[in-house]
Design a protein around this ligand. Structure first.
Ligand code: UDP
Length: 233
């Protein structure tokens, strides 16, 4: 397969027609790639979790790039022109939000807070506003940003409700968007413990990549537990 793009945790290969094959690798990175490790099984766990969550969104009428899951660690996806924008939705203040602003750790954010960042390790993903996104040519109109915001909040509602039933609190998450060949704006990338914060609803335990970022140990054990709850079995 011809490689199109190699990211920090996934590799994208050319697929048939307007599709691509996304391979979830076992690498974990944090701090814009400064900290790295390889954890066996991580790729397949994330591929399975993301497949279930992308299909959940589709069932709720949210368009994504997901076409099919090829176990153990591949997704066939629609090929997108990905926007270099990270859309973050937060239900609880933690992480960079409390480092940058005077929010109390763990404070509930109602309504949820949406943040746009430039996807750039070199510039450490700086926050965008509408003018900067337009001036950088990331989008052609502010309506595109508003549409991403609308979809991101809808994704938040669907995921939150689903995860709540599994005993998982959706603290925050990151989405990426792109345009398909017909010009539809779709949710791309992945939805996994690498890109979301998940807390156990009864114990408050961290079940996501913060275990790696903060050297808390048992990273794969908790990813497996997320998979068990999200995917069943
Ligand atoms: N996130 C991500 N990729 C990034 C930045 C953030 O997937 O490049 C996710 C992260 O996993 C978390 C949410 O977005 O679920 C908010 O992250 P935050 O800005 O608090 O970042 P951090 O504290 O990790 O710097």
């Amino acid at each position: 397969m011809k490689e199109i793009y190699r990211g920090k945790a996934k590799t994208l290969y050319e697929g048939e027609k307007d599709t691509a094959v996304m391979v979830f690798r076992d690498e974990l990175t944090a701090g814009d790639g400064a900290k790295r490790a390889e954890k066996r099984e991580k790729g397949s766990i994330n591929a399975e979790i993301s497949a279930v969550l992308m299909q959940l969104l589709e069932r709720h009428g949210i368009k994504t790039h997901f076409i099919s899951f090829q176990p153990p660690n591949r997704h066939v996806v629609k090929r997108l022109r990905i926007l270099p924008v990270e859309v973050i939705v937060r239900n609880i203040a933690t992480g960079s939000l409390v480092r940058r602003y005077p929010f109390e750790e763990g404070r509930k954010l109602e309504p949820p807070v949406v943040e746009f960042c430039l996807k750039s390790d070199e510039y450490h993903d700086p926050m965008l506003n509408e003018d900067i996104a337009l001036a950088l040519g990331l989008v052609e109109s502010v309506e595109e940003l508003r549409e991403m915001r609308r979809i991101a909040l809808e994704v938040n509602r669907v995921l939150r409700e689903f995860l709540r039933e599994k005993g998982i609190v959706l603290v925050d998450f990151k989405l990426e968007f792109g345009y398909d060949a017909e010009g539809n704006l779709l949710v791309g990338d992945e939805i996994t413990p690498d890109t979301c914060r998940f807390w156990d609803a009864s114990t408050g335990e961290v079940m996501d990549k913060d275990r790696f970022r903060r050297d808390m140990g048992e990273v794969i054990e908790y990813y497996r537990e997320v998979r068990r709850r999200v995917c069943g079995g």
